[in-house]
Design a protein around this ligand. Sequence first.
Ligand SMILES: Nc1ncnc2c1ncn2[C@@H]1O[C@H](COP(=O)(O)OP(=O)(O)OP(=O)(O)O)[C@@H](O)[C@H]1O
Ligand SMILES: [Mg+2]
Length: 526
Amino acid sequence: MLVTEITAQSIDDALRKQLDSLDTSVESREVGTVIQVGDGIARIDGLKDAMAGELLEFTSSNGQTVYGMAQNLEEDEVGAVLLGDVTAIKENDQVKTTGRLVEIPVGPEMCGRVVNALGMPIDGKGPIHTVATRPVEFKAPGVISRQPVHEPMQTGILAVDSMIPIGRGQRELIIGDRQTGKTAIGIDAIINQKNEDMICIYVAIGQKASTVAGIYETLLKHGAMDYTIIVSATAADAAPLQFLAPMTGAAIGEYFVYNGKDGKPANAQNPGQHVLAIYDDLSKQAVAYRQMSLTLRRPPGREAYPGDIFYLHSRLLERAVKMSDEYGAGSLTALPIIETQAGDVGAYIPTNVISITDGQIFLQTDLFFQGQRPAINVGISVSRVGGSAQTKAMKQVAGTLRLDLAAYRELQAFTQFGSDLDKSTMQQLNRGARMTELLKQGRYTPMPFWEQALAIYTGNQGYLDDVAVEDVVRFRTELLDFVRASHKKVFEDLRSVGKWTDEIKAEANEAIEAFKKQFAPTASAE
Ligand SMILES: Nc1ncnc2c1ncn2[C@@H]1O[C@H](COP(=O)(O)OP(=O)(O)OP(=O)(O)O)[C@@H](O)[C@H]1O
Ligand SMILES: [Mg+2]
């Protein structure tokens, strides 16, 4: 008879064996329950350790997974926004924490595509095979890893590049009432990046889907979609998606800034890339955030916006950056857009964003209807840091242009009813009218800096003084064509030397004089 002796030792061994084979990896996922849901907001019980901004996984009664983002962390419940099929989630559905912040797919594979606020394609061109992801909220780099803005981000728009120059890594606000050409400036700037090695991100917030489709077609037609990604949360999308879209755009942009072309982290040896991000527009994001916050029952503040709306915009715009050489010197230039009501820049959201950005391009309805397009009010438009990024050739000719034009506007208003003006005043009015006219520019006609510099030089040197005001734009266009065709050395030299030398000035004078001889004034003009 076989007797197995049960000793203390054998019991101990058996237990040890069992313990060894035990899978001890612990998954710390909390499970909670939806206690209330509506308007894209869910209130959840039982998620004690959820983080602010954490990705939450909701499971509907029929097994569908919907993601959400934790927003309000209260003592006994969590308020979350639903990102996705809002209607699928009902009371008593399960919610799990994921231990991750909300992330989106990013990468160069997205170029040419239109994605939603979660980085998913919405252009019907099939899946995007991205490999990388980034958190939508990202702490902006500190001062040590940055350097001052010093390279130009040219928009190709004469009035902007000459008087309100923008540098790579800068934040320049485009602000104005409805239908004043705000979007047009952003789109023209994207089109002008064609040979600039710049990735462009256009974020459409709260616009009509048909408008976004139009923008896509325009960019495609001008060959700009090759280097552009559109992020779209339309007016029909839920408020949380409209709130998220600019941050998604920033996250997509950051991938290029923080990685070299090889997809590896940027550093002194592996240069980072350059990105232009346009947030069109942040007023609509603010409205979406207000709606979201009110449904989350956060206390309303000024104009019923939640108290942290300033922080929301500053967090976003601080992500615009010019990295130091050590980190690859990549840059993210941000052009946020804000819509004003009846030109009121003193309203809450406009003042906030003005104070966060490095300057603003102010567009005005009355100028727009007077035919001054782009309708930039030069008196109150500024770029606080872009001057150091402007090319020398432009700075030499446009140095005092902004102040001269502002002075002209004042003088014009002052002398409106006067008849006998002295010669020098007449001369100043004459010049001002022509310079103002010179800055008119249609859409989709970007000018490289050497053409812009020559155009302004022509005005400064008085070559336009005897050209009728209504002929100035035609004169400019034909002059540039003429120089391109028969005096292209002027442009080549300006481009390669980058500044005006006596030699280039002499060449330019010769070209302009030759052109003036053959220019035919319009018959109706005196
Ligand atoms: N430089 C320009 N020359 C001629 N037309 C222009 C120019 N800029 C804009 N426009 C025209 O003005 C209209 C309004 O432009 P745009 O849509 O850019 O304005 P917006 O301020 O973005 O308007 P919204 O408030 O509706 O977003 C468009 O029809 C556009 O084609
Ligand atoms: Mg617009």
